[in-house]
Design a protein around this ligand. Sequence first.
Ligand SMILES: [Zn+2]
Length: 190
Amino acid sequence: MSCLVCNKFLPDIMRFRAVEVHTLHIRDFDGERIVQALGETKEYEICTACAEREVQAVLFPKKRIMLKCLPFAVIGIIGAVLTLLLTVKNIMPVFRAIGPIAFVVGILGVVSKVRETLRERESVKKMSHDEAVRHCAWILVVKNAPKKYGDNDITYIPVNDSTKAMTAEKLSTEFDLLPAIASKVREILT
Ligand SMILES: [Zn+2]
């Protein structure tokens, strides 16, 4: 096996086992419901170099914040421009609302992305170096492993000491699992 990120075969590699859960969102007249099924248990590998790079990106997130915020900043700016343009013209109020709404969506998006990135930075900062590398390697597994199985979304549940210690209820809330699936995952983790 090779590193999931850089594809290199390296001796310095961390191996992760993960249980897949497939979730299908069904929208019908009653609203939305989900159907879940247990997938395979697979192994993924991440090399130390890729994990170290991820730790640095999390600890010094300036570039990442800019990239994550860019789409929302663009929406906000378009919103601000529309707000200014549409107030000077005689336009139906329903259209006049588009500018301010886009502006607010943009600002809220930027704030939430900055918060999310800084929260992640704070939690990694508190870890020891080895913990941080392992934590970031797992983040890379989730980011780079397939996200879809047909129309189903894939959730990855790591097989480690922390998940092994969880009850079915805890697994259910932590990973958004239906109770029956959480019990099955619990059995696999034992
Ligand atoms: Zn790598």
